[in-house]
Design a protein around this ligand. Structure first.
Ligand code: NAD
Length: 361
């Protein structure tokens, strides 16, 4: 029986990188019945919404999905489809590995880090009140009555909820992941020196859960600004990082930069009912339709998907085929060449074809 997987091509460069990924997964010999559903700009044009209910239903039904990036208008327009999907399907754990691959333009070769980012709470919860709105004015009056610190009347407000439930769930996920995958340490990242209640709660819960894993998994906590510097200077000290939503988003891009850029950074969003795999990068609209960008991040997201499906052997083969093509450095996209203007760089399709040829060797 083939696996039935929901495929959301997205927009911008999404259709190109997901089509490259599909070809590579099919070339492993694992049979996948791709249930393709429109989201993002094409869905907006056809259905008047970037996230039709049909897409959510399809993911719920198939339980496994892989998607290309989707553009989000900045500061206006519809809310992020990516954030909506994570919240709607309660995909609470965002997993983003950053691992050095020989042949990439990595800043540091000594990186093998798994980022576990909380995906549903924090400043990404979507609880926001616009400047001068009745709600913001009401909230500011309440806050100013309750708190010795005063909020200016002309403020917009974003709320940062961090719950006991959400924190326990993600921190436990990070420790369980570390244990199951032979990792040695979990570093909890926070800013509890300033946000004593929200980040302070996250840290207290982390310390409590760490006690249950004492002797098996080491634990430490690191303040987020210090963590950014440490990651640039000594990434080899870090193994599994667990972070609230916003820090997780920023630090995962930093780690992607360390190992050679967004073009090679994969990701997964995991919940109790479904798992959604996607590259860390966005829709890079300036490259859309040019057969130019690197398909690696999406192909490596499919490697994570194959592992999730229990297809370990195919996952290892596909990961190795990608690593071989990158190490050889011939059939790779512009971002993997020493000189980004190198005319020998190949396109998205051609790089995927090289991975497929490698798989068949
Ligand atoms: P981006 O990741 O789309 O692009 C930033 C730059 O990174 C690109 O200009 C390009 O130089 C490089 N890049 C990205 N992907 C690449 C690839 N596969 N190969 C080679 N180079 C690559 O980030 P952005 O410009 O900040 O965002 C564009 C849009 O994407 C925004 O609307 C944003 O909201 C959205 N976005 C979506 C997701 C998602 O769907 N999960 C994630 C991040 C951003």
């Amino acid at each position: 029986m083939p696996y039935r997987v929901t495929l959301l091509p997205g927009d911008g460069i999404g259709p190109e990188v997901t089509s490259a990924m599909k070809k590579c997964v099919d070339a492993t010999g694992i049979r996948v019945d791709w249930d393709e559903v429109m989201v993002g700009a094409p869905a907006m044009a056809r259905y008047g919404t970037p996230l039709p209910q049909e897409a959510i239903d399809a993911i719920r039904k198939n339980k496994v999905a892989i998607k290309g990036p989707i553009e989000t208008p900045v500061g206006k327009g519809f809310r992020s489809v990516n954030v909506q999907l994570r919240q709607e399907l309660d995909l609470y754990a965002c997993l983003r590995p950053a691992k050095y691959i020989e042949g990439t333009r990595a800043v540091n070769t000594n990186v093998d880090i798994i980022i576990v980012r909380e995906n549903t709470e924090d400043l990404y919860a979507g609880v926001e009140f616009d400047v001068d709105s009745d709600e913001a004015k009401h909230l500011i009056r309440e806050i100013n009555a309750l708190s010795p610190k005063k909020v200016r009347a002309d403020s917009a407000i974003s709320i940062k909820p961090i719950s006991v439930f959400g924190s326990e769930r993600i921190i436990r996920y990070a420790f369980d992941y570390a244990l199951k995958n032979g990792r040695r340490k979990v570093s909890l990242v926070h800013k509890a020196n300033i946000m004593k209640f929200t980040d302070g709660l996250f840290l207290r819960i982390g310390r409590k859960i760490a006690e249950e894993f004492a002797g098996k998994i080491a634990f430490e906590d690191v303040i987020v600004d210090n963590m950014c510097m440490q990651l640039v200077q000594k990434p080899e000290l870090y193994d599994v990082l667990v972070l609230p939503n916003l820090y997780g988003d920023i630090v995962s891009d930093l780690c992607a930069g360390l190992v050679g850029g967004l073009g090679i950074a994969p990701g997964a969003n995991i919940g109790a009912q479904a798992a959604l795999f996607e590259p860390v990068h966005g829709s890079a609209p300036k490259y859309a339709g040019q057969n130019k960008v690197n398909p690696t991040a999406t192909i490596l997201s499919a490697v994570m998907m194959l592992r999730h499906l229990g297809e370990m052997e195919a996952a290892v083969r596909l990961e190795k085929a990608v690593a071989d093509v990158i190490r050889e450095g011939r059939d790779v996209t512009y971002d993997l060449k020493a000189d980004r203007q190198d005319p020998s760089a190949v396109g998205t399709r051609e790089m995927a074809d090289a991975v497929c040829r490698r798989l068949k060797k």
